[in-house]
Design a protein around this ligand. Structure first.
Ligand SMILES: Nc1ncnc2c1ncn2[C@@H]1O[C@H](COP(=O)(O)OP(=O)(O)OP(=O)(O)O)[C@@H](O)[C@H]1O
Length: 785
């Protein structure tokens, strides 16, 4: 007699059914709950007013009516909350029904039996509360899957490590509850699945990588030891992916104490912000806070000034390239982003503790309420050791008192009499109610003319100075701009503050430029961060959210050392994860920063760590080989492709713009025909991309979707996107078509990294075009290497 033992595949399929049944059971339960809650919510909403006792006949009835409304509203809110929770649970279970898990490991703890552990996006526990059908990918034990090949293995738990033997590693592709593939792997995370994932077309939004996280990436995701984690990773090596998975991990690991609002991620631009916004919700977590450095600057300085942004600065530098003015500006941009200038500003702040902070005189209709000198005197009357925060708060209180006293002092003034007469009926009514409430009238008779008039006048005066009160409340009496200006007005002062006692080259030019810009109510981008720093420091960083626990900075190579130091000061208690690639340092402000020095120099070596990611997962081997040749050999040394093959990049040298447009349009039509969903036409500047879009629209058939992506866009469209180089940062396309990579546009050494950044956005296809001679940095251009 012979037995037919089930094959491993049959066994797994059987087990899958068991798990799906569990998911189904849970689903039925949650659905019932959801239906009930939905019914409740609709019912309560419909009957809301029926159940509320409406009676306005006297004040006690009004109070009761009020109580009954509040009670009903509370019941409704409670039901809505549980409705929302049930609907979230159903959503999660729907995802689990589609792909309940993606891996299995068999792990035997030392001296014990092997246990089968299935790993998925979320855990699934049986009704008994003890059977773990699926473990969350973030559970400590799941880390075995990402970190080890079969053999001796260990994983960390909060209070130590567990060692044992990893006996099996199996991967599954399950879609719509069906087992599509299954195979055992010996590598840390099997190549086959990764190959398959990477060969897929890209989307307009980033995807999560839970099933194929690589060992190095896992190290970043789960690091808990370092206060500062710096990741230097090649283009497409998964820095952003790792950062987002790390956020999901931290939210899971510290779920009792950490909320998404306590995590902030600095993104390079609004397009990128939209691009990554789906990853966390897909993992069942709410999004962290996201902002661009630009938003920070705008919030602080945008009200009073027109602040140049980084992109405009880049385009201005590009336009004045080669001219003496352009050189001087470039020098200023580099200097004002440097560590030398940061230290100078810090020393200046120390000095400002003794003297020199400038204030804005508070005036109303040409009358002084508080003069700059008086404010200054108050400010410096508080002990220096109390710091700026205490001083600023003290002056704020003092000014608010002063404003109150000023209102009192105006009661007999003619302007107020006149203004009070112009007040409309409604306000008079309100003043009447006010006076009544506060018991101002005698015998409840509307006869106290004087009281009323005083009330009205007070109200008018208070309204008149309301903007000043608001400004005082938000510390706008401190004139950070004038204080900053002083630093460039006095040579001895600057030299005194500079760490080496020296003025930077071009200091006079900087002085004149600053004067000129401020007189036009403009702030150059290079002045924005120092100004913001000074401004926040003088307020004692008091309005900065102290609750932030984790700060993530993506595309960190683009931050000047000054900006890096500023962010550290701004979030002194937060842990930082800083990710970047110095081969993509495309902005003048950070080109001389020497890698990540701006981030690490401020830190104690014991609490910071620099990790490297070298394998590029985004692009095919051919594209990685090509783009590596754009860089200097020493910079390209640490970049390795993942073995995924595709077609060779091409270079088309065209006679003129017309020919370029025609050739590119033909290629676009062909690529769309081949099924590529996202195609990026990347030009150097906004103007170039505007021209490119206009020309391509003329040539391309009308039904081909083409979108010009501009600075304000937050969504990347499907189809063909035309965009300037700096907006392509961090994102990717199935095919990239580089608009005019000629020696005219990318001829200088500083353009090398920009060209590299642009070309590394491609997953499968890269076509480069130039009008006339191609950029010397391109392989095959015949130019210097
Ligand atoms: N472990 C992985 N499994 C599957 N896909 C991955 C993995 N790591 C990275 N990728 C894919 O590689 C591409 C590049 O990843 P990501 O954008 O995170 O890289 P990056 O280092 O931030 O790139 P860049 O510096 O060029 O912006 C993405 O499509 C991402 O999904």
């Amino acid at each position: 007699m012979s037995y037919n033992f089930p094959s491993p595949r049959e066994e797994e399929e059987k087990r899958l059914l068991v798990v799906l049944e569990q998911v189904g059971k849970r689903m039925r339960k949650e659905m019932a709950l959801l239906g009930e809650r939905r019914g409740d919510v609709v019912g309560i909403r419909q009957e809301f007013w029926d159940d509320v006792r409406m009676n306005f006949s006297d004040s006690s009835e009004v109070a009761e009516t009020w109580t009954s409304i509040v009670q009903q509203a509370e019941v409704l809110a409670e039901r809505e909350r549980s409705h929302r929770m049930a609907s979230e649970a159903v959503e999660k279970l729907t995802k689990q029904f589609d792909t309940p898990y993606f891996a299995r490991i068999d792990f035997a703890e030392e001296g014990g039996e092997a246990e089968r552990i299935y790993i998925g996006r979320a855990s699934l526990v049986g009704e008994d509360g003890e059977t773990f059908y699926v473990y969350d990918w973030r559970a400590p034990v799941s880390s075995l899957f990402y970190d080890h090949e079969p053999g001796p293995a260990m994983y960390r738990v909060p209070d130590g490590r567990i060692e044992g033997e990893l006996e099996l590693k199996r991967q599954f592709v399950i879609r719509a509850g069906q087992m599509k593939h299954m195979f055992d792997t010996s590598e840390t995370v099997g190549d086959e699945i990764l190959q398959a994932v990477l060969s897929e077309g890209s989307d307009t939004a980033m995807k999560s990588i839970v099933a194929t996280i690589q060992k190095e990436q896992n190290g970043i995701i789960r690091d808990e030891r370092h206060k500062l984690l710096v990741v230097q990773g090649a283009a497409g090596s998964g820095k952003t992916s790792a950062a987002l998975q790390r956020i999901a991990y931290l939210l899971y690991r510290f779920r009792e104490t950490l909320t998404p609002e306590q995590i902030i991620l600095f993104s390079p631009n609004p397009v990128f912000k939209g691009y990554i916004s789906r990853v966390l919700p897909d993992l069942g977590e709410a999004n962290m806070r996201q902002m661009t450095f630009r938003e920070l600057i705008e919030a602080r300085l945008g009200r009073r000034f027109e602040v140049e942004d980084l992109f405009s600065q880049t385009e201005a530098l590009d336009a004045s390239d080669g001219a003496p003015e352009g050189e001087a500006r470039e020098q200023a941009v580099k200097y004002k982003g440097s560590e030398h200038f940061f230290l100078t500003t810090e020393n200046y702040l120390k000095r400002l503790k003794q003297e020199g902070v400038r204030f804005r005189t508070l005036r109303f209709r040409d009358k002084t309420i508080a003069a700059e000198e008086d404010i200054s005197q108050q400010f410096y009357a508080v002990q220096a050791s109390d710091g700026f925060a205490t001083r600023a708060a003290y002056v704020k209180r003092w000014l608010l008192e002063r404003l109150k006293a000023w209102v009192d002092s105006q009661m007999g003034e003619a302007w107020l009499e006149e203004a009070a007469e112009l007040v409309d009926q409604e306000d008079i009514q309100r003043a009447y109610v006010d006076v009544r409430r506060s018991g101002g009238f005698h015998d409840e008779v509307f006869d106290d003319e004087e009281q009323m008039s005083l009330r009205l006048k007070r109200k008018v005066a208070e309204e008149a100075i309301a903007p000043i009160v608001k400004a005082v409340r938000s510390y706008r009496f401190i004139d950070a701009v004038a204080t900053y200006r002083m630093l460039f007005e006095s040579r001895p002062l600057f030299a005194y503050c500079a760490p080496d006692g020296k003025l930077p080259k071009g200091w006079e030019w900087m002085n004149l430029r600053l004067e000129e810009s401020l007189s036009r109510k403009r702030i150059d981008h290079e002045d924005a961060t120092p100004l913001m720093y000074l401004s926040e420091a003088l307020e004692g960083f008091r309005r900065v959210e102290g609750s932030i626990q984790h700060v993530f900075v993506d595309e960190a190579q683009d931050y000047s050392p000054f900006q890096a130091a500023f962010l550290r000061r701004r979030y002194p208690r937060a842990r930082m994860t800083v990710l970047g690639d110095f081969n993509q340092a495309i902005y003048v402000q950070s080109q001389d920063s020497g890698g990540f020095g701006g981030w690490t120099r401020l830190m104690d070596a014991g609490v910071s760590s620099v990790l490297r990611l070298t394998t590029s997962y985004r692009s095919t081997e051919e594209i990685v080989a090509y783009t590596k040749r754009i860089l200097l050999p020493e910079d390209a040394a640490n970049i390795a492709p993942f073995h995924r093959s595709g077609e060779k990049p091409t270079l088309a040298v065209c006679e003129d713009g017309g020919e370029l447009g025609e050739r590119m349009a033909a290629d676009i039509a062909q690529l769309l025909g081949r099924g590529y969903g996202t195609i990026g036409v990347i030009a150097k500047t906004a103007r170039d991309s505007g021209d490119a879009a206009a020309l391509l629209k003329e040539i391309l058939a009308e039904d081909i979707p083409l979108t010009l992506v501009t600075g304000g866009a937050a969504e990347l469209p499907k189809g063909v996107s035309v965009l300037p180089s700096y907006l392509a940062k961090g994102i990717e396309f199935d095919a990239v078509l580089v608009w005019d990579a000629s020696s005219r546009r990318y001829g200088q050494e500083k353009d090398r990294k920009l060209l590299y950044t642009v070309c590394t956005r491609a997953l499968h296809v890269l076509h480069v075009y130039s009008i006339g001679e191609a950029s010397p940095w391109l392989p095959g251009s015949g130019g210097p290497r």
